[in-house]
Design a protein around this ligand. Structure first.
Ligand SMILES: Cc1cc2nc3c(=O)[nH]c(=O)nc-3n(C[C@H](O)[C@H](O)[C@H](O)COP(=O)(O)OP(=O)(O)OC[C@H]3O[C@@H](n4cnc5c(N)ncnc54)[C@H](O)[C@@H]3O)c2cc1C
Length: 315
């Protein structure tokens, strides 16, 4: 049987949230342990350049930013473990976490497992991510100044992000598999009235042509079955976001979409268990906001541990 390792602060996730929480907990001399899951650096590591994280006037590579976060946290004593948490038990303290390579007991837990954008799962999509395929208009819109972009989706986020992209792009073509949209009427009206906005309905994207940059997509009309080629410089996919929180179902309060519910101190309903970043944030979804929430969770965990210590000293 594997030995259970006890830690004061266990952090699940090594994206901007988890690594920022690690920095703060490490500087509070709590020797936090971070479990990385499958993606060290988190979603930020999937993108070529990040230009909206302060402190890097020339921008910074997504993977490089993750490495810098990690290095800074390790400098103060954080330990990063390449391990994936699979099970949690909050029924008694210290809390138990089972991971692929071992088991942990933790006085406090910071959940920073992030989220994954829903993918189309078509040929070329993964290979061209960061080369014209994107899941974030705020992050990448700027790179498409005076270029043609395609947006996929029919909900509020496809319309909101598509309208945002009209600031930069010369045209925004929304491709949707149905004839009706789920997006709110006001967003639909705004898009329909916008001179740069076009629609291709009853159509799906079936392939992204591979090369140095995105240049064209294969489309298929789902009614007629007709296939066509569509020239574009970018493909923005907004068909949903799934928080990585399945493990906490029934153990922590969550929204319908699976975001963990927290108060303004990143506290979940369980004492000493915090959730931060995209696992708990359906709204902002940025490196800076996620890092801020991670720091807040670690500050709160530190205060919680101090209060527990003071309590046990009083007897
Ligand atoms: C292609 C792309 C480009 C982007 N560009 C920008 C940009 O330019 N600027 C910007 O501000 N934002 C950008 N974003 C958004 C930004 O990356 C996210 O908002 C941010 O990474 C969220 O941080 P997070 O730490 O909360 O979650 P994530 O980054 O999703 O990290 C989650 C972490 O949890 C780990 N994990 C998951 N499950 C488990 C488990 N069971 N056990 C242990 N660990 C687990 C993962 O391996 C990962 O390390 C971009 C996103 C994408 C996808």
């Amino acid at each position: 049987m594997t030995e259970t390792r006890h830690v004061k602060v266990l952090i699940l996730g090594a994206g901007p949230t988890g690594l920022s929480a690690a920095l703060y907990a490490a500087r509070a001399e709590l020797a936090p342990v971070v479990l990385t899951g499958m993606q060290l650096g988190g979603q930020a590591a999937l993108t070529d350049v990040i230009e909206n994280y302060p402190g890097f006037p020339e921008g910074v590579g997504g993977a490089q930013l993750g490495e810098l976060f990690q290095k800074q946290a390790e400098r103060f004593g954080a330990k990063v473990e390449y391990d994936l948490a699979t099970e949690v038990d909050f029924s008694q303290r210290p809390y138990k976490v089972v991971a692929d390579n071992g088991a942990y007991s933790a006085d406090t837990l910071i959940i920073a497992t992030g989220a994954d954008p829903v993918h189309l799962n078509i040929p070329g999509e993964y290979e061209m991510t960061g080369r014209g395929v994107s899941y974030c208009a705020t992050c990448d819109g700027w790179f498409f100044k005076d270029k043609k972009v395609v947006v996929v989706g029919g909900g509020d986020s496809a319309f909101e992000e598509g309208l945002f992209l009209t600031r930069y792009a010369s045209s925004v073509t929304l491709v949707h598999r149905r004839e009706e949209f789920r997006a709110s009427a006001i967003l639909q009206k705004r898009a329909q009235e916008h001179p740069k906005f076009n629609f291709i309905l009853n159509t799906v994207v079936t392939e992204v042509e591979q090369g140095e940059k995105v240049t064209s997509l294969k489309l298929k009309n789902v009614v007629s079955g007709e296939e066509s080629q569509f020239e574009t410089d970018g493909l923005f996919i907004f068909i949903g976001h799934t928080p990585n929180t399945q493990m906490f179902k029934g153990k922590l309060a969550m929204s319908e979409l699976g975001y963990i519910k927290v108060n303004d101190k990143m506290e979940t309903g369980v004492a000493g268990v915090y959730a931060a970043g995209e696992a708990a944030d359906p709204t902002f979804k940025q490196v800076i906001t996620s890092a801020g929430m991670g720091a807040a969770a670690a500050i709160q965990a530190t205060r919680h541990l101090e209060a527990l210590e003071a309590e046990s000293a009083r007897g």
